[in-house]
Design a protein. Structure first.
Length: 129
């Protein structure tokens, strides 16, 4: 919607990386995109640009939903179940932050997801060998 030449270049770069990524690396890429969208949402929230904030929140929710749906609850056991619950919890808090335009709430969601991201980074490193 707000495409620039840089956005097109960035999308091409992401497409190339995704084509060569392991499943764990793809999750890290999604988490990186999620963190970027949360940063955008916070900036737009602070600037009172509610349309763009809404766009960033929607993208964040879609990424969270994709991460949740992609979990293999059978193979992942309790870990996958707990991750799914955390993603759902973060989604609910993200909606609450959006409705209230609450930057502190958004930052709490970002903190939780940042810790989850670090776990995925470590997991991807261990499985890269």
């Amino acid at each position: 919607m707000y495409d620039t030449g840089y956005d097109s270049y960035r999308q091409t770069e992401i497409t190339v990386k995704a084509a060569n990524a392991s499943p764990q690396q793809l999750v890290v890429m999604l988490m990186d995109g999620l963190m970027d969208e949360l940063d955008r949402a916070e900036g737009h929230m602070q600037a009172k640009n509610y349309v763009r904030k809404g766009d960033a929140i929607k993208k964040s929710m879609r990424i969270l939903s994709g991460l949740s749906v992609a979990l293999d609850l059978e193979q992942g056991g309790n870990l996958a179940t707990h991750l799914k619950q955390l993603y759902q919890f973060c989604g609910k808090r993200l909606m609450k932050a959006s409705i209230r335009n609450d930057v502190a709430e958004l930052q709490q969601v970002r903190k939780i997801l940042s810790e989850i991201r670090e776990g995925w980074v470590g997991f991807a490193r261990r499985h890269a060998s």
